[in-house]
Design a protein around this ligand. Structure first.
Ligand code: SF4
Length: 470
């Protein structure tokens, strides 16, 4: 198979974009873990619509696409001030007992619609803090899931780790439960920044856990970082990036902090005057990209880096990347059944989201109902734009003929306005427009979200709701 040049391009070979260019793209935008994005979900889409989508999957039998499971554990022991996640901060571990009982009810309801023991190729536990659960509770959760689903041998089993909640013994127990991928929430190694965001976790603790995880043979270890946090500056973040390179995780997710205190209450505890200004943020990003690429990391696409031998980097070289709610993925495009409070699933041409509060989630399950409270059934235009946006973000290329045939449109005619909007990006060297395709250039990968946004019918009026593009 001949792959488009940009799908094969290793961006590590390319000079990262200078801060002056990145600055031009520093506007708010979605992360496109879904399209349409979650702010477009409507309450008119409910549990019955979701149940229909599950039954359609059941009726598709062997031709149904691969299935992933996401389980949301909302509890955290302490509050990080930058947090925009759906979580419940509590010092009462017993709250998990009740939650797990409700998760079991939801799992049974969903599995009943699916109609048979579906094979799951990818399982992800996210939060909140999944390791809020004890090892025994995690073992019970896995056993409960196995009663309704077959977890495929050799499939991906990943879990988000708050380094403050685990030790070598717990990591060993996670390995014994079949978890083969870990994601450590690090954010920043600087003690002053950690204090400002109320998340104290000394670097030596993370280095120790990484060493333990390596000995235990976890296949791929990710580290999450955030730039734009209070008290970060060029020098402090450069030190953090040097430490990250020394830590050498297989994957790195480098997110921009979006300060939206009117939407996310914990962020009101962050002193706005301690936030780095826009120029500093962009400089930090630019130099972080330079540091990581110089250290041998491949820039995968929005926010994500991986070592060249990591499956994510291999998938990028081979044009097989996908995008899901966890970011980039190597799994073939498929359905995602999501379990737990606020969890978002994708089944067929629908997205659905569970109740956002634990109380409503419990209430709906007490009534014997699936706890879906909103979602969306994709229109033909949504499905087409989703395909275009995902192709740009994952493959760096959209071919007009193939996309036009698949969606029965004349691509250039349908997207005439978008072609006009791509003009300035082409002039800046971020995309190449030919008679038969759009290609993201090697430099364009650094601002691929801005390129994708051109095809987003909804985002124009909503930009302030999203994080910055770079
Ligand atoms: S950032 Fe993670 S650990 Fe911190 S409060 Fe939010 S969900 Fe909990």
């Amino acid at each position: 198979m001949t792959l488009p040049s940009t799908a094969c391009a290793d961006v590590a070979d390319t000079a990262p974009l200078p801060a002056t260019v990145l600055r031009q793209f520093d506007v708010a935008g979605p992360r496109y873990t879904s399209y349409p994005t979650a702010d477009r979900f409507v309450e008119a889409f409910g549990a019955d619509d979701y149940a229909s989508a599950l039954r359609a999957r059941r009726d598709a039998g062997a031709s149904a696409p691969p299935l992933s499971l996401y389980v949301h554990i909302p509890f955290c022991e302490s509050l990080c001030y930058y947090c925009a996640c759906n979580k419940v901060v509590t010092r009462h571990p017993e709250r998990a007992v009740q939650y797990l009982a409700y998760l079991e009810r939801e799992t049974r309801l969903q599995a009943a619609q699916l109609g048979r023991r579906a094979t799951v190729s990818q399982l992800h536990l996210g939060g909140g803090t999944p390791t809020f659960l004890s090892d025994a509770q995690l073992a019970g959760l896995l056993a409960m899931l196995r009663e309704s689903f077959d977890l495929a041998a050799g499939g991906e089993q990943s879990i988000e780790i708050d380094p403050r909640t685990v030790n070598a013994e717990r990591l060993s127990n996670l390995a014994a439960l079949g978890f083969n991928r870990l994601s450590f929430g690090v954010q920043d190694f600087d003690a002053d920044v950690q204090k400002a965001v109320h998340r104290i976790q000394p670097a030596h603790q993370v280095f120790g856990l990484m060493a333990d995880a390596r000995v235990l043979g976890f296949e791929s270890i990710n580290v999450d970082l955030i730039y734009g946090l209070p008290r970060q500056n060029d020098a402090s973040f450069a030190r953090t990036m040097d430490q990250v390179c020394e830590l050498r995780p297989d994957r790195i997710a480098l997110y921009a902090y979006a300060h939206l205190p009117e939407r996310f209450k914990p962020q009101r505890r962050i002193a706005a005057e301690e936030l780095p200004d826009a120029e500093t943020r962009v400089r930090m990003l630019s130099s972080a990209i330079a540091t990581l690429t110089a250290a041998g990391y491949v820039y995968i696409g929005m926010d994500h880096f991986a070592l060249p031998g990591d499956p994510l980097a291999v998938a990028k070289r081979q044009g097989r990347l996908q995008r899901d709610f966890q970011g980039y993925s190597t799994q073939p495009e498929g359905d995602l059944v999501a379990l737990g409070v606020s969890a978002i699933g994708r089944v067929g041409a629908t997205y659905s989201q569970n109740a956002k509060t634990v109380d409503t989630y419990y209430d709906l399950l007490d009534q014997g109902r699936l706890p879906v409270v909103r979602g969306i059934a994709l229109s033909r235009d949504d499905a087409l734009r989703r395909a275009v946006i995902m192709a740009l973000m994952c493959k760096g290329r959209v071919g007009f003929d193939a996309m036009g045939e698949a969606h029965r449109i004349d691509f250039r005619h349908y997207f005439a306005a978008e072609f006009a909007a791509l003009g300035p990006l082409a002039a800046q060297g971020m995309v190449r427009l030919t008679d038969h395709d759009i290609e993201v250039t090697a430099q364009g990968w650094f601002v691929v979200r801005a390129i994708a946004m051109v095809f987003d019918r909804y985002c124009r009026d909503n930009r302030t709701r999203f994080s910055r593009v770079v």
